[in-house]
Design a protein. Structure first.
Length: 518
């Protein structure tokens, strides 16, 4: 079955509307990562200084650290809230809630500039509130997308959500670039205000999208679930039986509830679940440690460190290139497998950042050719990491066992955001003058973690391409060695086949619902 087969026009429209939640992430990351190079913002919220007769402005190291760190902390809080909000009021209302929270945060951000002096503390409060909305979005929206798409299209839909995020990054960065030469408050208020586009669009389209049929079944509203299912999947020509679909969901959910009573957090500390937890936690944490969060939030500082002066066009090019690389997640993982991509991209990421850091160390005052070489290497890093990013979420999902999937996914992503929080708080102190003062040589650290990721993948992450979730459960239960997963011969005829339709309906969505984070 092709990825587009079975998608109705209304279903496709619903998926597009819901994926707009990814713009929250994109706009915030895009404008904050680039506004740190905008003098109007730095002068109003930071402090000015005269160096060699030239007045320049900068945020203090603690301001940079707090400005980025509150974003990561807010996302973690949002993720925790989403676990309860999602089940309490449903997917559709949760999407409304995150849009309202985001608007409140953005208003607080923008009003921090009202008056004779900008108030950085108020700005941080608004940014934290907006980040809570982002944390809710990265849980609720992918769940909704996976629950309202046909099984054959779920991988494509989740990757579409990631691509929408990058579109948001590009638009937000472009807005900063467009007004960077302005000297009044509009230089940063316009990019701040553009953030309002995402939650406003969400509020406009939510009335046109139905509640998730699966959530409706879970809370016992089967009649409403049938109506929602018909809206999503039924056309005059396909003869889709919505009542039968809901009946299968209801039976499967009752079985899942019974199974959930027999599992707990204690199971994660015992084999074989412990192995799977460590794989999921490791791959999430090492993604951030390779420089993902640093490059998103401090790319301006890094480019300045390698001698780049006109960095806005470079940043726009980097994000566009990254978007193209992310698109490979639609086909590469199932074509060549998980391990080859993870190993090769980690090696490439390590090589590019380490070489850039060597150039920075060898040439304190880099020439034009050294700058161009550094920019080219950073482009290659972005491309390689973009190819790797979808794999991080695939591996995390496939590592999670069926019986404890929610707990493993939640723990892994929470750890990943925790590492991101540490990096975003600590990185300015490592890099800035007056503290660590290592500048762009910080790339040695991220390159080293890419090398660690190679070892981690080689020894601990198995090749899961072509195996159903039932087969993966079997392989882990029987403690098959990492490098024996690929090509494993199943004697049991049941294990040798793919999961049946009901299993796919119940299980596959949980695999992907945490994928918004790259």
């Amino acid at each position: 079955m092709g990825i587009y087969e079975g998608i109705t026009p209304r279903g496709a429209l619903v998926m597009f509307f819901a994926s707009l939640g990814g713009l929250l992430f994109g706009f915030d990351n895009g404008w904050w990562g680039t506004v740190l190079g905008e003098q109007a913002f730095l002068c109003d919220y930071g402090a000015s200084a005269t160096v060699d007769g030239v007045e320049t402005c900068n945020l203090t190291t603690s301001q940079q650290s707090a400005g980025t760190g509150v974003g990561s902390a807010g996302i973690m809080v949002g993720c925790a809230i989403a676990m309860y909000l999602n089940n309490l009021i449903g997917r559709q209302k949760s999407i409304v809630a995150l849009a309202v929270i985001s608007i409140i945060g953005i208003v607080i951000e923008m009003t921090s500039a009202v008056g004779s002096s900008a108030r950085y503390g108020q700005f941080l409060a608004g940014k934290a509130i907006n980040s809570i909305a982002m944390g809710i979005a990265c849980n609720v929206v992918p769940i909704y997308l996976s629950e309202t798409s046909v099984a054959s299209a779920r991988g494509f839909v989740i990757n579409m959500y990631q691509m929408v995020q990058i579109v948001g990054v590009i638009v937000a960065s472009g807005s900063v670039y467009a007004v960077a030469t302005r000297t009044d408050k509009s230089a940063y208020l316009i990019p701040m205000g553009i953030q309002m586009i995402a939650p406003s669009l969400i509020l406009m389209v939510v009335p046109f999208i139905p509640e998730s049929p699966r959530w409706l079944v879970w809370v016992g509203r089967n009649e409403d679930a049938i109506k929602a299912t018909e809206t999503l999947f039924k056309t005059e020509s396909n003869g889709f039986d919505a009542a039968d679909y809901v009946h299968k969901l209801d039976a499967a959910f009752h079985e899942a509830k019974e199974e959930a009573r027999a599992t707990g957090w204690g199971d994660l500390a015992r084999q074989p679940d412990l192995r799977r937890v460590l794989i999921a936690m490791g791959i999430q944490s090492l993604q951030q440690a390779q420089g993902s969060s640093y490059m998103t939030n401090y790319i301006v500082s890094f480019l300045i460190g390698v001698g780049v002066v006109n960095y806005f066009p470079v940043i726009m090019g980097l994000y566009c290139f990254y978007f193209v690389a992310i698109c490979t997640g639609n086909f590469l993982p199932d074509m060549v497998g998980r391990r080859p991509i993870l190993l090769s991209t980690s090696a490439f990421c390590a090589a590019t950042l380490i070489i850039v850091s060597i150039l920075t160390t060898a040439f304190a005052d880099p020439s034009s050719s050294v700058q161009k070489a550094s920019i080219a290497l950073i482009f290659l890093w972005y491309g390689s990491f973009g190819v790797q990013s979808p794999l991080i979420w695939i591996v995390t999902a496939e590592a999670a066992p069926t019986r404890n999937r929610e707990k493993v996914l939640g723990l892994a992503t929470f750890c990943g955001f925790g590492v991101q929080l540490i990096i975003t708080f600590v990185a300015p102190y490592i890099q800035d003058a007056g503290y660590g003062n290592i500048g762009s040589k910080i790339g040695f650290i991220w390159g080293a973690f890419s090398l660690i990721n190679i070892a981690f993948v080689f020894f601990f992450v198995p090749e899961t391409k072509g195996h159903s979730l039932e087969q993966l459960d079997y392989l882990y239960e029987n403690r098959v060695a990492t490098r024996k997963f690929k090509g494993y011969h199943f004697d049991d005829e049941v294990l040798a086949t793919s999961a049946n339709v009901v299993d796919e309906i119940v299980v596959d969505d949980s695999e992907e619902k945490k994928q918004d984070l790259a």
